[in-house]
Design a binder for this molecule. Structure first.
Ligand code: RAM
Length: 546
C-alpha cells in the first residue's frame, strides 16, 4: 500500500536531483535546532479508572461489541487476581500516557514471578477479540498488549511503552500464590494547555458533541508533535499536520507546535529537495526515504496558513527555500496539453488522497497541484517573493484550462477522472478547491453527483474534510453541515470518544490494513469538525440558519 520509490525509478530521482535545490547539512541542522527549541513541555495528569466493564456482544453496537458497566471497582483492589483474570477497566475517556500498577501480596508471600498481560483498547471490540492469529498488513507490534513479569512483590511497575486507550484488560498468565493489584493509574500526557472558547449556547446538541469529540481527538494527538494517532503511527505526517494545524488555529492555538513541525520537516528534507511524507522524532529526528506527491505539496499550504495565523514572517522567510523546492517536482509531469501525467507520477510516487482504493486520482492530483501552486503564489506575494515564482501563474492557467477541457463533463454537470471517466466526491472536491470549477459548477456537481450511479465515496475522514471544505466554498452550507452531522455524527452515535482513522458507515470492520484491530481510533485527520464548527459559526453553531 505504502509505495516507496522503486529502484527502477532511481534514475528519475537522479535526474530530478540535478534540477532540485540542495540543502546543506548545516542549514538542515539549524532548522532542526529551531524545531528542538520549540518542543513543548507535556502536561501530565494522573487518571484513574472510573469503573469495571464487561464487554458483551451486541449486533447493534459498533463492530458488534459494547462495554457494560459492572460494579466492583473497590472490591477489585482487595481481591486476589487469580479469580479476576480477564477483568476490564474503563477509564471513562480516551487517554494517552504511561500506566502504573501496584502489586501486593494477597495473604502470603509471593514466591514465584507474577506474570500479567495488559491489553489496551480504544474500542470495546479491541478489548475482547484475540489479537492472534493476526492477519493485518501493518506490523502486529502496533497492537497494544504488554506482558510484565515481576519477581519482587510488593512493587510498583510503570509499563515503559506509551499507550493509548479507554479500556484495559488484565489477564493473569502465571503466579503460584495469589496476588493483588492494589492500584492502577495512568499518567496522561498532552501538550494542550488551554481550553478553547465555548460554542454559542444555541449550538445544536449533536454539533456540541461532535466538537467535543473532535477536540478530544486533537488533544490526544497533540504531543511533542502533531501525531497522526497516539496508538498508531505515533508520528508526524504532512497531511495530518495540515488538518491538525487548521483545527488548532481555531481551538487550542498552540502555534509553536506548528512551528516545531514545520521546522522538523525542513530539517529532514530529502537530498532531492522533496519533503518526506512523515518524520520520526526519536531517538533523533529522522525520516524514511519515501515520496508522497500530495503531502509534499501540502507543506506549502501549511506554511501559508501558519503565516496567516501568526504573522510570523521570520519563520515564513526562513522556510521559503523549502516551499520553493516543493513547487519543482510536479513540473516534470505536466504534459503539453496541460494535464498532469498521473499514470507516470503514480509509478514514480506514492499518490495518497484517500484510503478508498477505487478512487481514480487524476482529477484529485490535477486539482491538488493547482491548489498548492495558488497557495504558494499567495505566500510568495505576502513575502514579496513572487519574482522567484515567475512561471507559476502561467502554469496555473495552463493546468486549469486543461482541467476544464478534459475533466469537466458538461453534459452530466460533474468532473470526471481517468480513462473510465470515474465520478467521485474526491474529484469534485479537488476541482472546487483548486478553483477549476466555478462556484456554480461546483455546487451543481455536488448536487448532480447523487443522481449518478457508481459514484466513488470518500473512504476516510481525511477525504471527507476536503469534501466539506469544498461544499462550503461553493455555498452548499446545509449540505456541508449534513455531511458533518451524518458522517462524524455517525461516529458519535456509535460511541466514539475520539474520531477514527477510517469510518465507512455501512462497514464497521473496514480497514485499509486487513484488520480492524490495527486501525487507529483516535486519528488526527478526523479532528476537523472543530475547525469547521468554529471557523463557520453561522453554518454550524446557529440552528436557525439553513
Ligand atoms: C496512514 C496514517 C496517516 C496518513 C497516512 C497517509 O498510514 O493513517 O495518518 O497520513 O496513512
Amino acid at each position: 500500500m505504502k509505495k516507496l520509490v522503486t529502484n527502477s525509478l532511481f534514475l528519475f530521482f537522479i535526474c530530478f536531483q540535478l534540477s532540485a535545490q540542495e540543502f546543506s547539512q548545516a542549514q538542515k541542522n539549524r532548522w532542526l535546532e529551531i524545531a528542538e527549541a520549540n518542543t513543548p513541555t507535556l502536561v501530565v495528569s494522573q487518571k484513574n479508572p472510573v469503573t469495571l466493564v464487561s464487554i458483551v456482544e451486541d449486533s447493534s453496537a459498533f463492530q458488534g461489541y459494547k462495554a457494560q458497566t459492572v460494579s466492583g471497582l473497590e472490591e477489585f483492589y482487595n481481591n486476589g487476581m487469580k479469580q479476576q483474570s480477564g477483568k476490564v477497566f474503563d477509564f471513562g475517556d480516551h487517554l494517552t500516557g504511561f500506566l502504573t500498577i501496584k502489586i501486593d501480596e494477597k495473604k502470603r508471600a509471593v514466591d514465584a514471578p507474577v506474570r500479567v498481560k495488559f491489553t489496551f483498547a480504544e474500542t470495546p471490540a479491541e478489548a475482547l477479540l484475540p489479537f492472534d492469529p493476526y492477519k493485518g498488513t501493518l506490523s502486529r507490534s502496533w497492537l497494544q498488549d504488554e506482558i510484565i513479569t515481576v519477581t519482587e512483590v510488593p512493587c510498583t511497575v510503570t509499563i515503559p511503552r506509551r499507550v493509548s486507550f479507554r479500556y484495559v484488560r488484565i489477564d493473569v498468565l502465571g503466579t503460584a500464590p495469589d496476588f493483588r493489584i492494589s492500584e492502577i493509574y495512568l499518567n496522561a500526557t498532552t501538550s494542550v494547555k488551554v481550553k478553547p472558547e465555548p460554542l454559542a449556547s444555541n449550538t445544536p446538541e449533536l454539533i456540541k458533541k461532535i466538537d467535543k469529540v473532535a477536540l478530544n481527538t486533537l488533544k490526544e494527538c497533540m504531543q511533542t508533535v502533531y501525531e497522526d494517532g497516539p496508538k498508531r503511527d505515533r508520528r508526524l505526517w504532512i497531511g495530518d499536520l495540515y488538518l491538525e494545524m487548521l483545527s488548532n488555529k481555531y481551538s487550542f492555538k498552540n502555534d509553536s507546535l506548528t512551528k516545531r513541525c514545520l521546522y522538523l520537516f525542513a530539517g529532514l528534507i530529502l537530498p532531492d529537495g522533496v519533503l518526506p511524507p512523515n518524520v520520526f522524532e526519536r531517538p533523533e529526528p529522522h525520516s524514511e526515504i519515501s515520496h508522497l506527491f500530495d503531502y509534499a505539496l501540502i507543506y506549502n499550504v501549511v506554511l501559508k496558513e501558519y503565516l496567516d495565523a501568526t504573522g510570523d514572517f521570520e519563520t515564513a522567510n526562513d522556510l521559503w527555500p523549502v516551499v520553493k523546492s516543493q513547487v519543482q517536482f510536479p513540473k516534470e509531469y505536466i504534459l503539453e496539453n496541460g494535464l498532469i501525467d498521473y499514470k507516470r507520477a503514480d509509478k514514480d510516487w506514492w499518490l495518497f488522497f484517500d484510503w478508498n482504493e477505487e478512487l481514480d486520482k487524476q482529477a484529485c492530483m490535477q486539482g491538488c497541484v493547482i491548489w498548492a501552486y495558488k497557495n504558494t503564489y499567495e505566500l510568495a506575494k505576502k513575502l514579496g517573493k513572487e519574482d522567484e515564482l515567475k512561471e507559476i501563474p502561467a502554469l496555473i492557467d495552463k493546468l486549469t484550462k486543461s482541467a476544464r477541457k478534459n475533466l469537466y463533463d458538461k453534459k452530466q454537470g460533474v468532473f470526471v477522472s481517468g480513462d473510465k471517466k470515474q465520478v467521485s466526491y474526491g474529484s469534485q472536491a479537488w476541482m472546487v478547491l483548486s478553483g477549476v470549477a466555478s462556484k456554480e459548477e461546483g455546487s451543481q456537481a455536488f448536487k448532480k453527483i447523487n443522481e449518478i450511479k457508481n459514484v466513488v465515496y470518500p473512504g476516510a475522514p481525511y477525504m471527507f474534510h476536503y469534501v466539506v471544505e469544498a461544499m462550503i466554498n461553493v455555498g452548499l452550507k446545509q449540505e456541508a453541515k449534513d455531511v458533518v452531522t451524518s458522517y462524524w455524527g455517525g461516529m458519535v452515535k456509535k460511541g466514539a470518544d475520539t474520531f477514527w482513522e477510517v469510518y465507512v458507515p455501512d462497514n464497521d470492520l473496514f480497514s485499509p490494513y486487513n484488520s480492524h484491530l490495527i486501525n487507529s481510533y483516535c486519528h488526527a485527520w478526523a479532528c476537523t469538525p472543530t475547525y469547521f464548527i468554529r471557523k463557520y459559526p453561522k453554518i454550524f453553531q446557529d440552528d436557525s440558519v439553513k
